[in-house]
Ligand binder design. Structure first.
Ligand code: 2P0
Length: 332
């Protein structure tokens, strides 16, 4: 078993920790998994049990600006609001940043603008940690590749390793104990007609974190033994659907994968359910629309929100059926 510090030392072995740039700003997109990451083989390094595959959300993500301070303390603002030191978010962020600083130096003033709702199961921790490692890469002038930054981002949050690129990204789960082969790999596939619709049931903080929920699912759900096989089947189908631009196959495999993940959680003890009545009603609506020949599919993460998958040509119908939907063009 390795510590985070050991992995960081391996990646940064030749790099200096001298400040190269006192100020900077970076951006990382959020991502939605079409084939989900649920369960770890190493919870220190966030090494997953299985591979996963996501689509990045273009302009929905995290803008991270930093400035070196000559003070005794760090400051952070999230969407313009100062965050207190006692806050979970502050502690999680700085315990990650401290892995890279000596004696908590240099002190930083950080400004994060998230264009996705925090903790609403819309992958805000993914874009957040990806943007942090991109920011540190500039602060220290490491000039690391996106692949090396992907490994570092994973140490903050697993799904963050997929947020270093736009478009489709596969997180290869890897087999090494040090996790050096567990990182995002971008797929060279562009699908300009693909649309993602965000249906927000609630932007409240979730009842149980994904981190805790995936640990409980892995430990207690009798269905979890089937999960790796489910992922293997769905991932193969999603990759071939992407290669052939077969939207129906993509939608079916993605929706099935999300349903399997939530079914596996429902069999955990205690039961884990992220869905609300609104979530269930939207699912019914999507299934009915397919019966009526509208090709639309959903995926669901660790929250009550749904993300719809559809094609550009059906945008007008989707907007009429879901007036509050927010539509993302991943390849805009
Ligand atoms: C995913 N989720 O593949 C899955 C599907 C939520 C549902 O990755 O503990 O915040 O930081 O590695 O990445 C959310 O979990 O968990 C997640 P940690 P993370 O997008």
């Amino acid at each position: 078993m390795y510590s985070k510090e050991q992995i960081i030392a391996k990646i940064l072995s030749e790099k200096s920790n001298v400040i190269q740039q006192e100020k900077g700003s970076v951006y990382a997109p959020a991502n939605i998994a079409l084939c989900k990451y649920w369960g770890k083989r190493d919870s220190t390094l966030n090494l997953p049990m299985t591979p996963s595959l996501s689509i990045s959300l273009a302009q929905k993500g995290s803008h991270f600006a930093f400035e070196v301070l000559d003070e005794e303390k760090d400051y952070i603002k999230l969407n313009g609001q100062a965050i207190d030191e006692q806050h979970d978010f502050y502690q999680r962020l700085f315990s990650f940043i401290n892995l890279f600083r000596q004696n908590n130096e240099p002190r930083l003033n950080i400004d994060i603008i998230s264009t996705v709702p925090i903790a609403a199961g819309l992958a805000s921790s993914a874009s957040g940690f990806a943007s942090v490692v991109k920011g540190l890469n500039i602060l220290y002038g490491w000039q690391l590749s996106c692949s090396a930054l992907s490994v570092l981002a994973r140490l903050g949050s697993g799904s963050a390793c997929r947020s270093l690129w736009d478009g489709f990204v596969e997180w290869q789960h890897g087999s090494r104990d040090d996790g050096m082969d567990s990182l995002g790999v971008p797929l060279n596939i562009v699908w300009p007609q693909l649309r993602i619709g965000l249906l927000l049931a609630s932007s409240d903080k979730k009842s149980i974190s994904s981190r805790e929920a995936m640990a409980i699912t892995k430990q207690t759900s009798p269905l979890y033994t089937l999960w790796p096989e489910q992922v293997a089947t769905d991932l193969a189908m999603i990759k071939s659907a992407l290669a052939e631009k077969d939207f129906i196959a993509l939608g079916e495999a993605s929706e099935r994968n999300a349903i399997a993940m939530h079914a596996t959680m429902l069999k955990a003890t205690p039961v884990i359910s992220y869905s609300t009545a609104k979530t269930a009603a939207w699912m019914q609506q999507v299934w009915q629309l397919r019966q009526d020949n509208l090709p639309v599919y959903f995926t669901q993460d660790a929250g009550p929100n749904l993300k719809l998958l559809f094609l550009e040509e059906d945008t007008a119908d989707i907007l009429q059926l879901f007036p509050n939907i927010e539509i993302v063009q991943p390849f805009s």
